[in-house]
Every structure is written in C-alpha cells, then in structure tokens.
Design a protein around this ligand. Structure first.
Ligand code: AMP
Length: 217
C-alpha cells in the first residue's frame, strides 16, 4: 500500500503515521524528517535546506526529490509506505506519479486555530521521532520520551509566525492537489480537528477503515 498523508502542518500526519506504520508494517517516510536528518548530519543537502525550512519556505524540488527517491529505493519501502510531506505542490504530485503508483491519499482537514494550538506545544523525540504535546499528549516524564527515554525537543520552525506562514502555503497549494487525486478517485478526506490521540480516536479508526478496504483490493 502506497499511501499519501496530506494535511496542513499540525494536522496530525506524523502522529497517525506513527500508529499506522505499526498496524500495516510499512514505513513512515516524512520529507521533513529526511531534511532534518540531513541538517543533523551536516550534509550538503542539509546545509542547503536549512534556511528555507527556518523561514517556513519550500525547499527547492531538486533537493527534495533526490532525497525522496533515495529513500524510496530502500528495502523497507518496497511493499509500500506512508508518505508524509510530499507532494506539497501539483508539480511534485506529477513527478511522484512517474516514480510510484499511489493507492490512496488520506487528507486530514484541520482549522488554523487548532493547528496553532497543537504546534505551539509539539515535542518530538530526538531518538525515535515519536510526537508528544505538552498540553494534550504529555510524556510521562517531562522532556523525556516514553518509548526510548531520549530527550524531547521543539522544532525551530514551530513558532507562531512560521506556523501561520506554513499554513497559508498549504492552503494555497491544496486545491489543485486535491483535484489531482479526486480525479484519480483515490482521495479520502478526514476531519482532524478532534484531539489527536484519544481512547476512542475516530480519526485513527477512520484511517484504518479506509486502509483495510484498500488492502483487500
Ligand atoms: P514538515 O516536517 O513536513 O512540516 O516539513 C518541514 C519543512 O521541510 C517545510 O516547511 C519545508 O521547508 C521542508 N519540506 C518538507 N517537505 C517538502 C516538500 N515536499 N517540498 C518542499 N519543501 C519541503
């Protein structure tokens, strides 16, 4: 199953992907994570990408596409993946069509005020990448990951100004992308304004219902 997760920053793509990857045994491939790793590893790609990311702007296509192609060639991505953060534009969607055949696109719909609230408190594990929220999904021990006990950090682009800019960029690009996948009859929209992970998580259940149906086709 080759799945795209579409949604504004803070829509919950990363949180749901971390649950869905375990259920379906396919990797979560986030282009933002690939870029952040390149920055941590101080590669040329990372150095080139950092300024764009800190300003809430898109990294040029040639950088991101090379990085993604390399990741998609790895062994664990041969049976499918949950693709998060790509495509961001209709041009990227058309390039992706030439690389892989997408099974379904899950689009998480979230209002701007919800996004601002969520990202203001977002904490990410330096070790395993698990996502927490200081208000709604706090770790058991402050600043420490429940799963691997590594330190949690806040992303440098999770400031109100940058979040607002990233949200606007998303809104500007989403219509043609939505149309592209609607025309292929593989677009599924999900209301993601509710709390991210809760015992009766309707969003996660809805994702699973869609993916279970697709996996039988
Ligand atoms: P994310 O982790 O998905 O919120 O992405 C963080 C940042 O990485 C974005 O604000 C962009 O600067 C960059 N980025 C991630 N994916 C892409 C992409 N598909 N195209 C261009 N820039 C990207």
């Amino acid at each position: 199953m080759k799945i795209i997760l579409l949604g504004a920053p803070g829509a919950g793509k990363g949180v749901y992907a971390s649950r869905l990857k375990k259920t379906y045994g396919i990797p979560h491939i986030s282009t933002g994570d690939l870029l952040r790793k390149a920055i941590r590893d101080k590669t040329e790609t990372g150095l080139n990408a950092k300024t764009y990311m800190d300003n809430g702007e898109f990294v040029p296509d040639e950088i991101i596409i090379d990085l993604l192609k390399e990741r998609l060639e790895q062994e664990d991505a041969q049976n499918g993946m949950l693709l998060d953060g790509f495509p961001r534009t209709i041009e990227q969607a058309k390039i992706l069509d030439e690389i892989i055949k997408i099974s379904a696109v899950l689009k998480f719909d979230t209002k701007q005020e919800v996004v601002l609230r969520r990202l203001g408190g977002r904490l990410i594990c330096k070790g395993c990448g698990e996502i927490f929220n200081s208000h709604k999904l706090p770790p058991k021990q402050e600043g420490i990951c429940d799963h691997c006990e590594e330190e949690l950090y806040q992303r440098s682009d999770d400031t109100e100004e940058t979040i607002t800019k990233r949200f606007k960029t998303y809104e500007d690009q989403i219509n043609p992308l939505e149309e592209h996948y609607k025309n292929k009859d593989i677009l599924y929209s999900i209301d993601s304004n509710t709390d991210l992970i809760c015992p009766e998580c309707t969003v996660l259940n809805e994702c699973k219902k869609i993916l279970d149906t697709i996996s039988k086709i």
